[in-house]
Design a protein. Structure first.
Lengths: 304, 366
């Protein structure tokens, strides 16, 4: 066996490496750039492909040319979709569902998080954990019982909620409320206790403490939760697929595949265009709210 | 403004008793400091006065009214926190006026109160800034301003200077004293720093293990401590405690520290300690400033002895000398010109007029 350990008896004559810390850092930086580039490519290639395809006509899409290049660019897919009442209806449904769901979610989860993080009552800790555990249950497990519940509800009361876009306003919060509550609990927990104590001594009620101190201070968290709730409700596929069927009740993700795939005919150009346009609102929202999201508003509340 | 009274106040957290029956009467306009090591219950006591903690038993009265079940906002108190607790999204003026705005004070009244408080605290120029644009000392001033504009019955301070650096702390200490001299609001102030307690307080309340050890003026506590804890806590460097015995020879009482060192008691002390059992285990308590370099002329009550310093600490105006007596480290404060050197024998004088004798078992000062 050959030993790879070289015992350097010469000691003092050996070259001492200085600045190894910065060398380590440089390597760490190189590796992070490598992986960042890799992941950027990984996540950017599909949208790029969507963009390229959306600019092609049906003939070019099915032609055996280089799929990564547009030889005869056309906006016909865009024109067709944006002038189609059906597509605009999907868009409107999605927008209404998302806006309402975000509103409902915030109205429930912010006060809930405030109560769970600040008002110590019997069982509050258990309840907070319970909220989180609720989120851990996959939504694919829930849609069958939920469907059954709504069907039964319709049978018993005569109020038909299935196949109405607004049924999603009841369904989505079951996904968004637990997670947003959990995020907000974390944000509220990072607000020093003295801040609400100061407010209470200053004469604020719990509600005033929430609205005038906690919400402004935890605005970055609030925006993070809003973004999350919006993304979930905008991109949700399974629930609307199951609960809505009529074309005028569909939201965008389901609408695209049900109306643009006819039997085994895939209208690839419009599918790609529709998906690309559908991805725009979340992107725009991210772009606008990112600054707020990053801004650390809690700085200066206490020492440091 | 109002007096504050605590009657057998107890705070229990599950198994732990944080405050074990406190009786305290704070007079109108008085500045009372609660001082003690961490975990002694001083902050809990303050928070119970504020209403931020429920009391387990007993009564708290503010201005003669029992406020046990009155929420903090209706107790008419203002509190200054250790970490300032300024609202980060509001300007200095908004921070200070928040309480008044919640109570729907007229705008003109709010403006005049804020301006007045800002002028008093010298933060007029900062009125439109956000807390994060302020230094620690400025933030603490704003926190005080927020308390002052409310014009409450009682000010509560919870270690307000602990986050500041040493120099600023001294400055703000003086500032707090000045403010109190101007507004004369009854104040309860919590600190673990005995210097802060001594310098600020009309009366100091020394707490330990959830109980009050002693209440008194700063001078009382310093010169007439009731227990070993108070004697050791107040004063820096701390009082020396040396195991000793009382001896009586030919009708004269003396205190024996070691086989070689015994000091005859001055007449006044001899009378006081006459009834102390001779075989009791005692502690000889003496502050470092009462062990000095030997004087050329013997003064009444001063006794000389020799010691070999282990460590000397020159402080400028004085030199601290540490030596060992029978395994007990003793600190003395000598003149820097006395020539104290490590390892070199030094003749010291102990001022027995300022000595204390403590029961080693109970810790009670006799």
């Amino acid at each position: 066996m050959t030993s790879t350990v070289v015992i350097d008896k010469a000691g003092p004559t050996r070259k001492v490496k200085y600045g190894s810390m910065s060398r380590d850092r440089a390597w760490a930086l190189r590796w992070s750039y490598f992986f960042l580039t890799l992941f950027a490519m990984f996540s950017l290639v599909p949208p790029l492909y969507m963009l390229i395809t959306s600019l092609k006509g049906s003939a070019e899409i099915s032609a055996a040319t280089n799929p990564w290049w547009v030889f005869h660019p056309t906006l016909s897919n865009y024109v067709q979709l944006l002038t189609s009442n059906q597509y605009l209806r999907f868009f409107l449904n999605s927008a209404m569902v998302s806006i309402f769901v975000v509103t409902i979610t915030m109205l429930i989860s912010v006060p809930a998080a405030f109560a769970l993080s600040r008002m110590k009552f019997w069982g509050s800790a258990t309840l907070a954990t319970g909220v989180f555990l609720t989120y851990l249950i996959p939504d694919t497990l829930l849609f069958l019982p939920l469907f059954k519940m709504f069907a039964l509800f319709g049978d018993l009361t005569g109020i038909q909620l299935l196949n109405r876009w607004y049924v999603l306003l009841i369904l989505y919060p079951t996904l968004t409320v637990p997670f947003c509550t959990w995020i907000m609990i974390g944000y509220f927990a990072s607000i020093p206790k003295e801040l609400d104590e100061a407010a209470i001594i200053d004469g604020a009620s719990w509600f005033q403490t929430l609205t005038r101190i906690f919400i402004p201070v935890a605005l970055p968290g609030l925006i993070a939760a809003t973004i999350f709730a919006f993304t979930v409700s905008w991109a949700q596929f399974l629930y609307p697929l199951v609960f809505t069927t009529s074309t005028d009740q569909l939201v965008l993700p389901v609408g695209i595949i049900t109306s643009l795939i006819k039997g085994d005919v895939f209208n690839w150009g419009q599918i790609m265009t529709g998906a690309l346009l559908g991805a725009a609102p979340p992107l725009i929202i991210y772009a606008f709210l990112m600054d707020y999201y990053i801004a650390g508003l809690t700085a200066g509340a206490t020492k440091g | 403004m109002a007096e504050v009274n605590l009657r057998r106040v107890i705070k229990r957290y599950d198994e732990v008793e944080a405050v074990r029956g406190i009786d305290l009467d704070i007079a109108d306009h008085e500045f009372v400091v609660l001082v003690g090591p961490s975990g002694c219950g001083k902050s809990t006591t303050l928070r119970m006065i504020a209403g931020l903690e429920d009391i387990t038993d007993g009564d708290i009265m503010i201005g003669g009214d029992v406020v046990n079940d009155v929420p903090p906002k209706d107790r008419d108190i203002a509190m200054v926190f250790q970490n300032y607790a300024l609202y980060p999204h509001m300007t200095v003026a908004e921070n200070m006026s928040f309480g008044l705005r919640l109570k729907h004070y007229p705008k003109a009244e709010i403006t005049s109160r804020v301006t007045e408080a800002a002028r008093m605290l010298d933060i007029t120029d900062l009125i439109d800034r956000k807390p994060k644009q302020l230094s620690g000392g400025q933030r603490q001033r704003v926190a005080m301003g927020r308390a002052i504009v409310r014009n409450p019955k009682v000010f509560l301070f919870d270690e307000p200077l602990s986050n500041l650096d040493a120099k600023l702390r001294v400055q703000m200490r003086i500032e707090i004293k000045k403010v109190h001299q101007k507004v004369r609001t009854t104040t309860v102030y919590v600190t673990h720093d005995q210097v802060e307690a001594m310098t600020l307080a009309d009366r100091v309340v020394v707490m330990n293990h959830g109980r009050i050890e002693q209440i008194g003026t700063p001078n009382d506590l310093y010169h007439k401590p009731a227990t070993r804890f108070v004697a050791g806590f107040i004063g820096s460097p701390a009082m020396n405690f040396i195991p000793c015995r009382l001896e009586e020879a030919a009708g004269k009482l003396s205190v024996r520290l070691t086989d070689r060192i015994a000091f005859p008691l001055p007449p006044a002390r001899a009378v006081r300690y006459h009834s102390v059992p001779r075989n009791e285990k005692l502690l000889f308590g003496i502050r470092p400033e009462h062990i000095t370099e030997a004087r050329p002329q013997p003064e009444p009550g001063f006794e000389m002895f020799d010691a070999v310093p282990d460590v000397t600490e020159p402080m400028g105006m004085e030199t601290l000398v540490y030596f060992t007596l029978e395994g007990t480290q003793v600190c003395a404060r000598v003149n820097p010109n006395a020539g104290a050197r490590e390892g070199a024998p030094l003749r010291l004088a102990v001022d027995l007029n300022n000595m204390h004798l403590l029961n080693e078992g109970t810790g009670v000062v006799l």
